[in-house]
Design a protein. Sequence first.
Length: 157
Amino acid sequence: MKHTSLQTLLALALAVGAASAQAEVTLKDPWVRSTVPQQKATGFFAQLQSPTDSQLVSASSPVAGVVEVHEMAMQDNVMKMRQVPAVALPAGKPVELTPGGYHVMLMDLKQQVKVGDTVPVTLVFQDKDGKRQSMEVNAPVRALGAPGGAAQPAHKH
């Protein structure tokens, strides 16, 4: 998707978010790690912040057959990855989705994800009252060795 399309999409998301009474989750520096040919999985990373207690409960993307919220953690001196039901977003505190921590796994990829591409991802949040809201994100693809990169402008929904 071209930059102008992303701006239009973000403007629409802001308009929809402003019209709702729900608190807005802020998204900063979204990105997806590139893949090599035949690789079937990659990760989505970003910084999330919510003004109220809420959770990231699920995600989806048209580039992947399966999308799950995961956690990497040390267990018995071994780094293990596992699916989690949600990532808590405590009110006012930034939460990082990073390689080696919480992240969104994009699995059963339908094609190679290359530097310069953007990957559409839909994040679903749930507040303490059980109300859900979705956020559409077009995440740029970064090189395999990318540790995170420079901060980008914040996006809101």
